[in-house]
Design a protein around this ligand. Structure first.
Ligand SMILES: [Zn+2]
Length: 237
């Protein structure tokens, strides 16, 4: 091999090595961008609020059931379903307690409600799902119904999705419409982040109260809410 041919081979080898180095550098950069994107992205937090608790039992059903217990049970099932799906979940309570500090002056109930609002606003990108049971002096009314906060436009969309899935998966005959909350619902009236309150059924109605006392039915209620939350999260992405 003469000098000229040797020089040409050397140049080709250097060019090839440089090309490989460039390719590796670009690959590394793209990986870095992916990682940065993953770090910047934060998934929404779903705040689950089991209504009442502790000294505040909520409503008492026609069959003697206590609202706070049914609320907590559904909230815990919902928490487990969402957590298993990789959704960030925060609970206002996960045991039988009222949210107040005995050393702080002021009525327990107001402290409790303010604390729930506070938890619902802790994460910038969060929405609250509050679980309750309905009651009415006349026992003839039944059916789940969703209320939404007037303070954020996403609340209404979430309420519509939940009410729609209640009709689709839980109560095909339910004709109830979603309702904007008034000042009568402290949490929804005051919270700034998106929030809804689900009245899962009337415990003043004999047959609905009996259903809500059954484990399998409460699982079905939780699954219905879960499906709506997942639908809502998928719409947001
Ligand atoms: Zn309630």
């Amino acid at each position: 091999m003469n000098i000229r041919a040797l020089w040409a081979t050397f140049k080709f080898a250097v060019f090839t090595v440089l090309l490989i180095l460039c390719a590796l550098l670009l690959h590394g950069l793209s990986r870095e961008i992916d990682i940065r994107t993953a770090v910047v992205y934060t998934a929404p937090t779903v705040v689950i609020d089991a209504g009442h608790g502790g000294e505040d039992g909520g409503a008492v059903g026609i069959n003697g059931c206590i609202e706070k217990e049914l609320n907590l049970d559904i909230a815990l099932i919902l928490r487990d379903l969402l957590t298993a799906s990789g959704v960030n979940v925060k609970m206002t309570r996960s045991e039988d307690i009222m949210l107040y500090d005995a050393a702080t002056p002021g009525k327990k109930k107001i402290q409790d409600l303010k604390k729930r609002v506070e938890i619902g606003e802790e994460n910038e990108d969060s929405f609250t799902v509050s679980i309750h049971m309905n009651t009415y002096p006349s026992s003839k009314y039944s059916g789940a119904q969703v209320y939404y906060s007037p303070n954020h436009p996403d609340s209404k969309a979430l309420a519509e999705t939940v009410q729609g899935n209640i009709k689709a998966y839980l109560q095909p005959d339910n004709t109830r419409q979603i309702k904007e909350a008034t000042s009568a619902i402290y949490l929804l009236h005051n919270i700034k982040n998106p929030a809804i309150l689900i009245e899962c059924g009337f415990i003043s109605n004999q047959s609905e109260a009996e259903l809500l006392c059954r484990d399998d039915y409460r699982h079905k209620v939780a699954l219905t809410i879960y499906s709506a939350v997942i639908d809502h999260l998928n719409k947001e992405v």
